[in-house]
Design a protein around this ligand. Sequence first.
Ligand SMILES: Cc1cc2nc3c(=O)[nH]c(=O)nc-3n(C[C@H](O)[C@H](O)[C@H](O)COP(=O)(O)OP(=O)(O)OC[C@H]3O[C@@H](n4cnc5c(N)ncnc54)[C@H](O)[C@@H]3O)c2cc1C
Length: 396
Amino acid sequence: MISGDSAHHDVVVAGAGPAGLACALRLRRGGRDVLVVERARFPRPKICGGGLTGRVAEALRVLGLARRVPAIGAVCGEVRFGRFRRTVALRRPVEVVRRDEFDADLLAQARAAGIEVHEGEALTGFEVAGGSVAVQTDAGAYRARVLVGADGAGSLVRRRVVDARAAPVRLLQVEVPAPGLPTDTIVFDFTPMRAGLRGYAWFFPMPGRQFNVGLLHHPGADHESLDLDALLRRTLTEHGVVALQPPRAWPVWSYDSTQRAAIPHVLLAGDALGVNPLSGEGISPALWQGILAADAALDALQRRDFGFGGYALAVRRATVGRELNVDRRLAGMLYGAGGVTRWLPLLLFDDEMLELYAARVAGVTVLADEKPKLLKALVRHRFMLSRWRRRLDQET
Ligand SMILES: Cc1cc2nc3c(=O)[nH]c(=O)nc-3n(C[C@H](O)[C@H](O)[C@H](O)COP(=O)(O)OP(=O)(O)OC[C@H]3O[C@@H](n4cnc5c(N)ncnc54)[C@H](O)[C@@H]3O)c2cc1C
């Protein structure tokens, strides 16, 4: 604590999603006094595919948390493009949860571990001055050595930290009754790329005999007028499904390692910092970035140096940052100009590449550590592309 005043804390965390709770738990384990302020009351609705992809299980273990809510364990992944389908067995099942349940349970576990969370209290502003940060909420004021902005994609904190302007990734999601798809498989359908989507449609089986279906659309100048709502409806119709509710849309920032991630006394984590630009995956990055923000704050509190000049680099060099950077490059290739005919065939038709990416989605491989395999895939791509293109034409 900065002083004996009860309104003073070592760290105030804004947001009790995966990033904020991971950060708070790590800080508490480091012996620090932390307060979490959360705008919503849990269980709060959260637009999400609910796929616990990547290294979620490992992060939960590190934090002393468990996935206790119902989940579907998908044992296969499938890629589709038109009539083409390829299924690959996942080396570890990918669990799919309902985010409102999952997040509420993480909050319950964090509270049981001694974390103080003020639900229904929104961060409204902050000022850095005099070696600390004055935090304003709609219910009070606090002073802390560090403020962590884990307040999601619409982050108020991010607006003051990130200087660069970027277009967000657009995501659209709806829950539908089982559309005749296997209930043990997560499906990634790239067919909508033919209609100009810079992304894919997902079909994730979820608890309650429902499917979580959505579209990811990467930003780009030439397709900004794309009607994602209509495209999602068309995609559902092709699978014989009529959505009973309208889809819900949510823009998110993609992680960019060249952007600022902190200013003195203030750190970003989770969606406030950025999701995976290729897949939109954000739960695993949020948990790991929350841990990294806590480690940076613990170090700063010990050294009494709150500049956080090295935080962006620490995130970039950590496994989560290296993984996000590889996927950022892949997104640039796949969703860039001509990506559908140039790079999509590598993912669809090259078995080794598909196996490799499936292992990364299942969290058993870190793609950033597989550069030799990625380089070999590029060599195969060079020699196979014209044959693969003919196949793409035939299959679709
Ligand atoms: C349609 C869609 C599908 C997705 N599918 C997947 C998926 O299948 N798998 C995956 O890994 N990721 C997925 N994601 C991304 C994932 O949902 C996020 O990356 C993840 O929730 C990030 O966690 P977070 O803690 O940073 O943010 P959040 O979970 O958004 O938590 C932020 C919290 O901050 C609170 N908050 C906001 N403003 C304030 C404020 N001013 N003061 C206090 N509190 C505030 C919010 O109420 C919220 O509880 C998807 C995202 C979308 C939009």
